[in-house]
Design a protein around this ligand. Structure first.
Ligand SMILES: C/C(NCc1cnc(C)nc1N)=C(/S)[C@H](O)COP(=O)(O)OP(=O)(O)O
Length: 557
């Protein structure tokens, strides 16, 4: 039985644990898709467009650790690249596989369809190199194994996306079979002396410190160091604060957990805790203009240790050659046994319930969403006031929150939630997405219907781009209103189980949530109608500072 290049790729994807890959057909990738279909342990899941295909894979990688998306050359790839750049920004190993030009035509001087009409056939590979940690183009079967192994290993090691182009006439070409996948998964060789020196320097730096804070950042998951951070908090007398993009990456039930640090929109008391501490250990942080609230909340200086996924900087020295996980575990163990502490009571977001027939408010909506959140819930919060709503939720052990605060592509959340639900069907998937964002990628709700995924979508209809209005208003922040709930009938196509409901009061929302929980054979979109002015106080405060930062005059020469 012959074995092909496409099957080599399929076998490697299976070996790294993928049970699905996402795809949009195109004439350059049809034969490749056939080859991937021969791998019966992996389901081929289809998307409405390549941007959504890329974001679906990104969501799958959030839930499953890695993901693959298969698109066609040019028109498919360039669209998927927006999601690939997002995966790069969010440290997610997405493998973008592209059905490429026929190897006889590549570099032939001929003009081919789905290209820009020039004879430059390298443009796409060069673009991909800017937003991936590895990019390869396969135009002969002999080089396929090494190139496939190279990009997959790079993706897993760097927790970043990669790009793999396979000429359309090579996908079914004869190929050798792969060996075991253990070569991909082997740990990096760590430098013991550097690790010991880093621990000793850190212990000296900590001597005499009274107020120690661990500030957990969003790259802690990509660094696979969440458990090690807990181990350290169990042993080091400290408080733990999280950055917004790391919501749910440290258990809120942990005795040392203090809350969200986000400058002037931090949880009560947490800004003081961090800013007055005499030792802040920043664990895998991303300090950007949004996460530092316009550069106003950025811990730096002698009282700060920064532990990045591949480097520790403390007391004027810098160490690398070991993983963040190894550093945190060794530091934890240097403090001996865990402290004897009681778990913390998580405070849910629980304002007084609104009168059942009163106009639905943001707080009432969030109060009811809070009651849905359990240890098996993954809540995805879209860019917009949904970010700030997610920050206000109390999370039971095991509940997960997904945000995209570095790339911040509105619309990301719909396909990403689809990908997460494909990856983790046993969890309850809840999506909070604004009307403006939803209009970019709404089609993927149709795929949730196709694959019968019971996602609960809170469509926050506040009639426009409220986060932009808070930053800087103008006519460009107002959009055509849709009847979002009515979309579900259209997406059902006569046979689907999608459910579309309107909620304009607390009572209507209560009833809609009941129906959504009962609808196990498809998604339920609950269109929550809110006043445009009804946004979180956090957004208002944060928006003002960010607007001021955006408005800084050019540096005078
Ligand atoms: C337009 C834009 N950002 C600019 C933007 C524009 N285009 C892309 C792809 N990504 C972006 N972030 C943003 S955050 C809107 O306020 C989102 O509106 P909506 O989803 O309705 O949420 P809110 O009402 O809570 O703001």
């Amino acid at each position: 039985m012959s074995f092909t290049v496409g099957q080599y790729l399929a076998e490697r994807l299976r070996q790294i644990g993928l049970r699905h890959h996402f795809a949009v057909a195109g004439d350059y990738n049809l034969v490749l898709l056939d080859q991937l279909l021969t791998e019966k342990s992996m389901q081929q899941v289809y998307c409405c467009n390549e941007l959504n295909c890329g974001f679906s894979a990104e969501g799958y990688a959030r839930a499953h650790g890695a993901a693959a998306a298969v698109v066609t050359f040019g028109v498919g790839t360039i669209s998927a690249m927006d999601a690939l750049a997002g995966a790069y920004a969010e440290n997610l190993p997405v493998i973008l596989v592209v059905g490429g030009l026929n190897s006889n035509d590549r570099g032939s001087g001929r003009v081919l369809h789905h290209t820009t009409g020039t004879t430059d056939h390298e443009f796409q590979l060069q673009m991909a190199r800017q937003i991936t940690c590895a990019a390869e183009s396969i135009n002969d079967a002999a080089s396929a194994p090494a190139k496939i192994d190279h990009v997959i290993r790079a993706a897993l090691l760097n927790r970043k996306p990669v790009y793999l182009e396979i000429a359309c006439n090579i996908s079914d070409a004869e190929c050798v079979r792969p060996g075991p996948a253990s070569s991909f998964l082997r740990p990096i060789n760590e430098d013991r002396a550097s690790l010991v020196a880093a621990i000793e320097t850190t212990r000296d730096w900590l001597k005499g410190k009274q107020e120690i804070v661990l500030l957990v950042g969003s790259k802690i998951r990509a660094a696979m160091a969440q458990k090690a951070a807990i181990r350290l908090a169990d042993r080091l007398p400290c408080s733990v604060a999280i950055m917004a993009a790391a919501k749910s990456f440290f258990p809120e039930t942990h005795p040392a957990y203090a809350g969200l640090y986000w400058g002037e929109v931090s949880d009560p008391g947490v800004a003081d805790l961090v800013e007055k501490a005499d030792a802040v250990l920043c664990l895998a942080p991303v300090f950007n203009d949004y996460s530092t609230v316009g550069w106003t909340a950025w811990p730096r200086g002698e009282s700060v240790l920064t532990a990045d996924p591949d480097r520790v900087t403390v007391a004027g020295r810098s160490f690398d050659g070991f993983t963040l996980e190894s550093f945190l575990e060794a530091l934890a163990d240097s403090f001996g046994e865990p402290r004897d502490l009681q778990p913390r009571e998580v405070r849910p977001f629980a304002p007084e319930p609104a009168a059942p027939d009163a106009r639905l408010t943001n707080d009432e909506m969030l109060r009811q969403i809070q009651r849905l959140v359990s240890s098996e819930t993954t809540l995805t919060a879209e860019t917009g006031d949904s970010w700030f709503n997610a920050m206000r939720l109390g999370l039971p052990e095991g509940a997960q929150v997904e945000v995209e605060m570095q790339w911040g592509h509105i619309g990301w959340s719909v396909p990403s939630t689809f990908g997460q639900a494909v990856a983790a069907p046993d969890r309850r998937h809840v999506l909070m997405v604004g009307d403006g964002s939803f209009q970019l990628t709404a089609q993927e709700v149709g795929q949730m219907i196709r694959y019968e995924l019971p996602v609960i979508i809170f469509l926050v209809n506040n009639r426009g781009y409220v986060i932009e209005i808070a930053i800087h208003d103008g006519p460009y922040n107002y959009i055509q209103n849709w009847d979002y709930a009515a979309l579900m009938a259209a997406f059902n196509g006569g046979t689907g189980h999608g459910l579309g409901l309107h909620a304009g009061t607390g009572a209507e929302l209560e009833e809609a949530i009941e129906k959504a929980v009962a609808n196990r054979r498809g998604p339920t979109l609950i269109e929550c109608s809110l006043d445009r002015e009804d946004c979180t106080e956090m957004l208002r405060k944060w928006g003002k500072v960010v607007a001021k930062t955006n408005a800084r005059a050019p540096q005078q020469a």
